[in-house]
Design a binder for this molecule. Structure first.
Ligand code: ZN
Length: 230
């Protein structure tokens, strides 16, 4: 992938996130490492929505959070990205958003239960960050997110939102959508007041392995891209 292709993928990711429940005014951000670089990443600027990312307004940022290319304002929460990238060389993309159902679930104190297929992706793999409801404005706070994330792909931030990482921007985007979908299903199920029995750990873990395929994330990303208005 070239840097221009990575920028194009970031534009597309933003449009998909905007269309699928991740917009909260201009809050939320998504980034992807500059291909071939361990020191720089491309990121949505502040003051625009997910759906307003263009090839021209994307910022290039280093792992200290310093903007090295681009003229827009940088999100103060850039440290979620810098510290996750530092801690996780295997991840190529990071996002943070405030999707309503995931935030609602985070307020209940419940963990995400494996009661649906999208939820299975996060079985025994969705820790909760409980230190702050405030913005993650310092490297130390960013390190707190990275610590909670550990070896996983996503963090639920209590009363705030989600952080998701992936090996590509496509994987990060689809994982974020699946997390919000899983949270919505659980909220709906909880609202009935009935306790649904869960399948065995073995069955859920087998499904989790099946769902976690980079090729399938790309297929789903491209499908959602075709559904967007042109
Ligand atoms: Zn936030």
């Amino acid at each position: 992938m070239t840097p221009d292709e990575a920028k194009q993928a970031l534009v597309e990711a933003g449009r998909i996130l905007e269309a699928h429940g991740h917009a909260d005014f201009t809050n939320g951000h998504v980034s992807v490492r500059v291909p071939g670089s361990t020191e720089h990443f491309l990121m949505k600027p502040h003051s625009i929505g997910f759906g307003e990312i263009t090839l021209d307004n994307i910022l290039t940022v280093d792992l200290d959070g310093v903007v090295v290319a681009g003229s827009g304002r940088r999100h103060s929460e850039v440290f979620i990205h810098t510290e996750v990238y530092r801690a996780r060389p295997d991840l190529a993309s990071v996002m943070h958003s405030h999707p309503a159902h995931a935030v609602a679930l985070s307020c209940t104190g419940e963990t995400l239960r494996p009661i649906s297929q999208p939820a299975a992706l996060f079985f025994e793999a969705l820790p909760t960050y409980e230190d702050e409801i405030d913005l993650i404005r310092t490297p130390e706070m960013g390190r707190g997110i990275a610590r909670v994330l550990g070896p996983h792909r996503a963090v639920l931030m209590r009363n705030h939102g989600i952080v998701v990482g992936g090996t590509s921007v496509q994987e990060t985007t689809i994982t974020a959508l699946m997390l919000e979908q899983a949270a919505m299903i659980q909220i709906l199920a909880m609202a009935t007041g009935k306790a649904a029995p869960e399948f065995s750990s073995e069955k859920v873990l087998a499904l989790r392995k099946n769902l976690n395929r980079p090729d399938q994330h790309a297929v789903n990303f491209n499908y959602l891209l075709r559904q967007l208005p042109h």
